[in-house]
Ligand binder design. Structure first.
Ligand code: HEC
Length: 243
């Protein structure tokens, strides 16, 4: 072994060629799996995109740094699946730019949070977590109920997401501001377009408890209630594994 190295070091070209060969092994191991990424990532025929209101909520989630304490990725370990539900699949994050998997859990994982609590619970909890969980160390986000949601730029947000691969239609982009209003105002004329463009299962209700002008709370709660519900593929495939 040392004899080989000794001889190699005396040949500049041989040494360089050998270094390139050894270094490229690591590169190959990293790059090769990406060639099969289309087969590796599961398919989810039933997957829908986030509505403009949910996109706005997701932006607030990022703005407020919720990801610093909450992950959105359930690992394949037994205790995680027992606690949070089916483990996360790659396809479930495919419309998330950036992904919010997180690396720290001061609070629980939120990947399957949708429909776990009522809107009312979320509003009270976000306004002051200690009203519901006395020992909670989560900060109070009191301004969410007070601050008006900005919606005039939502079309641009959808357009930016389309540029990185989220399949928004021209119709969805053109109606983004209108749909954001309609999703939180079920009695308004704008509401019908939301189900038309995003599917009949879309949540359409006054998320912060009041119809009328939108608040940041409307958007954030709309987003929290759809977590884990863009597709049911994790439930159906993992149910099949158990049986
Ligand atoms: C400093 C860390 C921290 C930050 C930042 C934080 N949380 Fe939490 N969160 C917690 C802790 C701890 C809990 C568990 C106690 C509780 O329910 O209040 C929790 C619980 C929750 C729950 C209930 C989850 C469940 O399954 O019971 C939700 C929903 C939630 N947080 C949402 C948010 C959102 C949205 C934000 C950003 C606006 C946020 N959190 C920011 C620490 C944090």
């Amino acid at each position: 072994m040392f004899g080989f190295h000794y001889r190699l070091e005396r040949s500049a070209i041989g040494l360089v060629a050998f270094i390139v060969l050894v270094a490229s092994i690591g590169g190959l191991i990293e790059i090769a799996p990406l060639f099969t990424i289309d087969e590796t990532v599961e398919k989810a025929e039933d997957m829908r995109v986030y509505t403009p209101l949910e996109v706005a909520g997701r932006n607030i989630y990022i703005r407020e740094g919720c990801y610093a304490c909450h992950s959105q990725m359930i690992r394949t370990l037994r205790d995680e699946v027992d606690r949070y539900g089916p483990y996360s699949l790659a396809v479930e994050s495919s419309y998330d730019h950036p992904q919010l998997w997180g690396s720290k859990r001061t609070g629980p994982d939120l990947a399957r949070l949708g429909n776990k609590y009522s809107d009312d619970w979320h509003v009270t909890h976000l306004n002051n977590p200690r009203d519901l969980v006395p020992q909670s160390v989560m900060p109070a986000y009191r301004w969410l109920l007070r601050d008006q949601l900005r919606t005039d730029d939502l079309g641009d947000h959808l357009r930016a997401l389309r540029a990185v691969g989220v399949p928004y239609s021209d119709d969805q982009i053109a109606n983004a501001t209108r749909d954001a209003y309609g999703q939180a105002n079920p009695d308004s004329p704008e509401a019908s377009g939301v189900a038309e463009r995003y599917g009949a299962d879309t949540n359409i209700r006054a998320f912060d408890g009041n119809q009328g002008p939108l608040t940041d709370m409307d958007a954030l709660v709309a987003y929290l209630q759809v977590l884990g519900n863009l597709t049911q593929v994790a439930h159906t495939t993992q149910q099949a594994e158990v049986e």
